[in-house]
Design a binder for this molecule. Sequence first.
Ligand code: S3P
Length: 174
Amino acid sequence: MVDSIYLIGFMGAGKTTVGRALATQLHYCFLDLDESIEKVAGKSIPTIFLEDGEQRFRKLESQILMETSKQKAVVATGGGIVLNESNRLFLQSQANVFFLNKQMDAIFRHLQEDRTNIRPLILEKTYEEIWQLHQLRQPLYQSVAGEIIDIVDETPDEISWQIYQKLIEKGENG
Ligand code: S3P
């Protein structure tokens, strides 16, 4: 059985959009961790943060991450998945972890334009504050990434194609 494929990276890096495209290309299931958390909790992410706190959110996030190894899927993780050490160890044990390393300016533009997705950790944060969070997390993403995909202005389909090529090179084309 081919392992699942994990997409990691900062908020706004395009993990969900790229993940959907890649899953279609590979004929794999697509799993969005944030969506699964919302289903399990029965409420939206901003509501979980507000009513239960970030710690509860992180606990659910870890539990659901561990369950993803049971099926073959393309998994889009949340930007904070690398904060927890057990999550990092789990990801390090996986064969296909792709870090979508999008340039900070492009991330910031995406976050400003994306009005549908409320991200509690960056609500009312300045560019400087988001940049600092990004800097703090970069080494964590790097520490678990099997492959780093540098993104400037490529489309999700182009990124998905790049990942697809890398999987073929590794002999894991499903
Ligand atoms: C978070 C990222 C979000 C979501 C939550 C926390 C983070 O996911 O899991 O708001 O800590 O970076 P996206 O990376 O899909 O925005």
